[in-house]
Design a protein around this ligand. Structure first.
Ligand SMILES: [Zn+2]
Length: 294
């Protein structure tokens, strides 16, 4: 801490030495290291996080270079794993950081490590099945889940709309179901067809989406910035984190939700602290190819 005092001196002015120490003692899991996850990992590295668990099985493609923090042309040629790009970014800022990297979320190893290691999990995925799994896992093992999402809709009622949102799901307080941020039908369809789609999906997004959606880095930056700021509020206690912040890009505003936990929410009421009894093994992917095709 003493040797890092100068590196974080401007933050210590904001959070105090105790606040900075609390941040540095927080272990972080990041699920999804694409456009959003790469922004989050960069900000958390600068913030002083010392221990990371990174999870993504996707590799860098040329179409990622408009937004993947740290990725280069060489990474496209070498088909570098996105978690390796993230590791490089972390190490360039903080060479002493401890980093564990894993591939697919739906493996026993990933569930095991996520359920034990991190204090806070950042969900930076692009599909509802991963959000559903992370929601169950965070509740069952009492982790705070900070879930990030952006959307650019070209066919809205009033023309183009764009924005995003951050949900801070604290155990027993609020979750992605309470926030109406999971479509159960879509989530279950994604889970059912997982095996058939595994190879094809590898060439899209690592954690699941079939559709190639529009993506702009500045939007990821806005949402990542909101997410990391709410994380700072959570850890330093400067104020309570908001349960959900929605960036309405078309109007240029950020709105905090007034929603609270839904009465009778199965996750917030019944799943909290269930641990291994929560049955997360049902989400494991069978016949996952050991070495995904190039
Ligand atoms: Zn809930």
């Amino acid at each position: 801490m003493i040797e890092s005092r100068e590196q974080f001196s401007r933050q210590i002015l904001a959070f105090g030495a105790e606040g900075q120490a609390a941040i540095m003692n927080t272990k972080i899991g990041i699920v999804g290291l694409g456009g959003m996850g790469s922004c989050v990992v960069q900000m958390l590295s600068h913030l002083g996080i010392q221990e990371f668990m990174l999870l993504d099985d996707d590799r860098v493609e040329k179409s990622n270079l408009n937004r993947l923090v740290g990725a280069t042309r060489e990474d496209v040629i070498n088909k570098t794993l996105k978690v390796e790009v993230a590791q490089r970014v972390i190490k360039s800022i903080n060479p002493e950081a401890k980093i564990t990297s894993l591939g697919n979320l739906r493996t026993a190893e990933a569930i095991e490590v996520l359920s034990t290691f991190p204090d806070v999990i950042f969900g930076c995925v692009d599909n509802d099945s991963a959000r559903m799994i992370l929601t169950d896992l965070a509740a069952a093992y009492k982790k705070t889940l900070v879930d990030c999402a952006t959307e650019i809709d070209l066919k809205g009622d009033n023309g183009i709309s764009f924005g995003g949102r951050v949900v801070v799901a604290q155990p027993g307080d609020f979750c992605l179901w309470c926030a109406n941020q999971i479509d159960p039908q879509i989530a279950n369809e994604e889970l059912e067809s997982e095996q058939e789609k595994s190879f094809r999906r590898h060439h899209g997004y690592g954690l699941g989406a079939e559709v190639v959606a529009p993506a702009v880095m500045s939007l990821n930056g806005v949402i990542a910035g909101l997410a990391v700021t709410e994380f700072i509020m959570l850890i330093t206690g400067m104020r309570k984190p908001e349960r959900m912040l929605t960036y309405k890009g078309t109007r240029g505003i950020v709105v905090a939700t007034k929603d609270v936990k839904k009465p009778g929410c199965l996750v917030c009421d019944s799943l909290i602290g269930k641990g291994d009894k929560a049955g997360l093994k049902r989400y494991l992917r069978s016949n996952l190819p050991k070495d995904l095709p190039e």
